[in-house]
Design a protein around this ligand. Sequence first.
Ligand code: CP
Ligand code: NVA
Length: 309
Amino acid sequence: MSLAGRSLSTLCDLSTDELKSILDLAARVKKSPKDYRKSLKQKTLAMIFQKPSLRTRVSFETGMTQMGGHAIYLAPTDISLGKRETTEDISLVLSRYADIIMARVFGHDIIEEMAKHATVPVINGLSDYAHPCQMLADLQTVQERRGAMKGLKFVYSGDGNNVAHSIMFGGALVGMHVVIVTPPGYEPKECALSKSREMASKTGGSIEVTNDLASAAGGADVLYTDVWASMGQEDDAERRKQFFMPYQVNMDVLKMAKSDCVVLHCLPAHYNEEITYDVTRSKNSAIFDQAENRMHAQKALMLKLAGAA
Ligand code: CP
Ligand code: NVA
């Protein structure tokens, strides 16, 4: 299944079969990385960052190196997106040098504008609206631990943010029952909800939003959380704590889930806020496999978009 030349702005850009083909390739790449060590020889990935990163930067850069290619890190101050130069011109110029562009940005409209003007694939490495590469790795991790993904109960507790939206889109595509649990007023965006419900209606999945963690956690196959204040919301972090504390994923919540429940966190974690340290080190936790899988999943994605697999 060819995805050559395509961009990934959100997982809504993919069909169920396309998503599964990326995950299948990710599993092969992880098992036999040497088979792909020349697959992106002489190819260049341009990486634009408006926000900090550990996993996204290192997993993309390492992944590219392992496949014979090269990645260039462009820090927030290097190109000053939208200030020194327009997004349109940056996209057109980078398309003349690089084979793929990956960008981590604030506004999701920046990713859409890049994808519109670039003549090479553009990958969303996180925007305020979506984090599709994260969910590719999350699904790979769930598949490794649980085998089939269809019908699993995937419970996310926390802010209805970019990660929550991507869980909704990805969960919908593979037919999961996704439950997003947030404090009142922090629910996911209505457009993400209606879009993911429309996608889920075709796969037998479902998307539920609730403010009641105790009832949602019962029977969970996956328990997921993310920071309460995302990058760009740091000034609001202290105020948010009072609303989010009842949504912490701790041992009491883990006990309500299935005994073989998979605990996930996109990281970075703020221990004893959204998750307790003991939960992340429990036998249920797969958070470091999940972080590792960012690299394998993104290698598969780049191979597909570059037309090399
Ligand atoms: N999960 C994730 O995207 O991590 P970074 O912010 O460190 O890239
Ligand atoms: N929601 C978080 C995810 C970090 C990987 C943020 O946007 O900061």
